[in-house]
Design a protein around this ligand. Structure first.
Ligand code: SAH
Ligand code: SF4
Ligand code: F3S
Length: 461
């Protein structure tokens, strides 16, 4: 690394897979001498790693490109500008037309070709690569150094599955990420071992439909997600495993049993339902009913009663009536979420729902979103309060705001603030939850905080 090494700035939007991909792009450019910077102003290469899921997300890229154009004019600097991610995949060469500031467009399946495309861009061509048929992309991507891994912290993502064949009528993902494909288990075990050897303690397995994972196993058989997690659980030094996001139709008995049998698998499950109305679920092409979803939750809770369930909801899907929306509130109540992501339906060009009749007025969507969000935030607060007085394990992942203070995560993924002199980032410590904040928990090391358990009555809640 030299003082005048070229600097890379990646800005990611959208889901966690883009966070993972951003690291892969940095890894692909490290052998070319690129070092990462935290600001666009001093970058030699700016990559916007975009999301196409809702209109607002997709439009962000153009406002950001406008800011970059202005920054170039004002500073006289001339960084190369690349658009990557799902907008790149969906819009391809259109982006070059709409934004002359862009030097190259690259879809998620092509990141291993980034160095090559940059060379083309340096020659003044404006390459567009949105090829889908890329074999073994992950094996061809450069591997991060132990130092690069350590600089990214004690938690890491690993993409195990990409793409989606479900074609929910509202969703662009099958078009931007392509058909479902799973990485071979041996690759994933090796990648996780590399992460753990460099200090990572928690790995979250990623996929658009992660529970549809069906990769080639080292034994020549097809491995399920549960089978893969059993193997990863055996890696010494790995403290925690998570996976996200799951589709209800792919949650099978083996995966449910994994929640009971694998101590390293955290009691956390992100299982979107989208709507509580059978009519709307059918129009969305989700292929399950509200009752089937609730029955599934019952079976999962029977295997693992201590579970933080996260949902996703869309309000204002075409044709959604007040009665349909009441069904959504009802399923949210019945499923007893620890939290959920809530969205207003956003018509996406090229998806079937965008052309359906009965589009819901914006004001109605707003009102429904607010009501649902009130319910979810009450549930989130109730879930957090239920933990006060309880002992939990906290993975310390960052220094806190004050000396001696550290920040970490509960098993349920809530941020935790804790004063724990002598403890270090990367430790998993036993702690007692003492209080709840707006979006986090406060805790004290279990040994030194015993008397908290003998305080007010709600401590036993
Ligand atoms: N594969 C996951 C979700 C991937 S997209 C699943 O099947 O559940 C993440 C979330 O974005 C979805 O769960 C949905 O709630 C939301 N979403 C997707 N398309 C949307 C759209 N057109 N408008 C509003 N929200 C949308
Ligand atoms: Fe989109 Fe998820 Fe449906 Fe696939 S299963 S189409 S990613 S919402
Ligand atoms: Fe967005 Fe693509 Fe992820 S559309 S949510 S970045 S898969």
């Amino acid at each position: 690394m030299t003082a005048n090494a070229p600097k890379l700035f990646v800005k990611s939007y959208g889901c966690q897979m883009n966070v993972y991909d951003a690291e892969r792009m940095a890894d692909a450019l490290a052998p070319e001498g690129y070092v990462e910077t935290q600001s666009a102003e001093d970058a030699d290469l700016i990559i916007l790693n975009t999301c196409h899921i809702r209109e607002k997300a997709a439009e962000k890229v153009y406002s950001e490109l406008g800011r970059i154009r202005k920054m170039k004019q004002e500073t006289g600097r001339a960084p190369k500008v690349a658009v990557a991610g799902c907008v790149a995949q969906a819009e391809g060469a259109e982006i070059l037309k709409r934004a002359p500031v862009v030097d190259l467009v690259i879809g998620p399946q092509s990141y291993q070709r980034l160095p090559e495309l940059l060379r083309e861009a340096a020659e003044g061509r404006r390459p567009v690569d949105t090829d889908f048929a890329v074999e073994d992309k992950f094996e061809r991507l450069a591997k991060p150094s132990p130092k690069a891994i350590a600089s990214r912290g004690v938690t890491a993502f690993v993409t195990v599955q990409e793409g989606c064949d479900k074609f929910c009528t509202f969703c662009v993902v099958p078009y931007t990420r392509g058909a479902e494909s799973s990485r071979p288990a041996a690759q994933l075990i090796a990648e996780t071992e590399r992460l753990v050897a460099a200090g990572v303690r928690e790995v979250t397995l990623l996929g658009q439909n992660v529970d549809a994972y069906h990769g080639e196993g080292p034994d020549g058989r097809t491995w399920s997600l549960a089978r893969l997690m059993r193997a990863l659980s055996e890696i010494e030094g790995l403290a925690r495993l998570r996976y996200t996001t799951s589709h209800p139709r792919d949650m099978d008995d083996e995966l449910i049993a994994a929640h009971r049998d694998l101590p390293k698998l955290m009691p956390y499950l992100h299982l979107p339902v989208q709507s509580g109305s059978d009519r709307i679920l059918a129009a969305m092409n989700r292929k399950h009913t509200a009752d089937e979803y609730l029955g599934l939750i019952d079976r999962i809770r029977a295997a693992q009663p201590d579970l933080a369930l996260w949902g996703d909801f869309i309000v204002g899907f075409p044709g959604e009536t007040d009665a349909d929306f009441e069904d959504t509130l009802a399923i949210a109540r019945d499923a007893a979420y620890a939290s959920a992501f809530t969205f207003k339906y956003s018509p996406r060009p090229g998806t079937p729902a965008a052309d359906m009749g009965g589009q819901v007025p914006e004001a109605v969507k707003d009102e429904r979103l607010q009501r649902l969000q009130r319910l979810i935030s009450d549930q989130q607060a109730a879930f957090a309060r239920s933990l006060v007085g309880r002992e939990i394990d906290v993975l310390l992942d960052r220094p806190g705001r004050h000396p001696g203070q550290l920040a970490g995560r509960s098993p349920y993924l809530q941020p935790v603030q804790i004063t724990a002199p002598g403890a270090a980032v990367g430790d998993v410590i036993r702690a007692v939850v003492t209080d709840t904040g707006a979006n986090s928990l406060f805790a004290a090391p279990a040994g030194g905080a015993r008397d908290i358990l003998h305080e007010p009555a709600e401590a036993t809640a």
